[in-house]
Design a protein around this ligand. Structure first.
Ligand code: ACM
Length: 261
């Protein structure tokens, strides 16, 4: 199975251009599963909740999800993509999963980072694992990585691959995700963006370095910090299914859960 990401440079508010660019990049990528960054179609730095609501879309009825579904059908591809979701007067920092048969699911970011708390409601749905035939995948968004429970929960629910749309500004995630993969024996695809946004006093620079990690923490590919690029690598999802660490140690069964609270 080939799993990959797009590392993009969205221009704030230019939804059509950002979507068109991502579609072009996906058309050229040979993959079965591709992950796009967080908020890939709008850009990141909203200045008010009203602005976020105006740019957000209904899922799955909105234009962005519909265009992604069309491409997924045409290319027999599964796509995980971050976008702002509107529900009535509220907005969520969400990610959609679409595939060859259409819309599959939506995840709403549980752990909002910094000013996102002004624009979005925190996620209120479950951490779901989706069987896409060749693998079982789980979705988390950017800052969720800081809370190891998220990856653990997805792994316990059977995820082979963690799909991780991101707009990273802090430097720690690429190294930390190596540990998330080792401690859960899962693959991870972090799809980040590049560039700087300065829509208020504070400029935000995004660190790129999107990556695909193996189940033993191997960096199968890591992108540059400042280039738009896409990549896909071949993996065997079965590598995530055997949780035996040694003959006598099992990643999940050896947990001393009664001492954790
Ligand atoms: C982040 O959660 N976008 C840092």
């Amino acid at each position: 199975m080939k799993i990959g990401f797009l590392q993009t440079f969205p221009i704030f508010g230019k939804k059509t251009e950002n979507l068109d660019n991502a579609i072009l990049m996906m058309k050229e990528l040979n993959a079965n599963l591709v992950v796009l960054p967080e908020l890939f179609n709008t850009g990141y730095q909203f200045t008010s909740k009203a602005e976020a609501v105006a740019l957000a879309e209904m899922i799955p009825e909105g234009q962005t999800t519909r265009v992604l579904i069309n491409l997924a059908k045409e290319k027999q591809l599964y796509i995980v993509a971050g976008l702002a979701e509107r529900e009535n007067e509220h907005c969520y920092n969400s990610a959609v999963l679409v595939g060859p048969h259409g819309f599959i699911g939506c995840y709403r970011k549980l752990h909002l980072f910094y000013n996102e708390k002004q624009w979005f409601e925190p996620g209120n749905g479950e951490l779901a694992v989706y069987d896409i035939g060749q693998a079982r995948i789980g979705i988390m968004i950017c800052f969720d990585w800081f809370f190891p429970e998220v990856t653990r929960c997805l792994a316990l629910k059977g995820a082979d691959i963690i799909c991780h749309p991101a707009n990273l500004v802090l430097p720690y995630c690429p190294q930390a995700m190596i540990t998330r993969c080792i401690e859960n024996r899962v693959f991870a695809i972090t799809a980040n963006r590049i560039g700087t946004e300065k829509r208020s006093e504070e400029a935000l620079s995004f660190i790129g370095t999107s990556q695909i990690l193996g189940t033993r923490g191997e960096v199968l590919y890591r992108a540059a910090s400042d280039q738009v690029e896409s990549m896909a690598v071949e993996i065997d999802p079965n590598d995530a299914r055997n949780k035996q660490i040694t003959l006598v140690n099992h990643l999940f069964n050896d947990r001393r859960v009664k001492f954790f609270m």
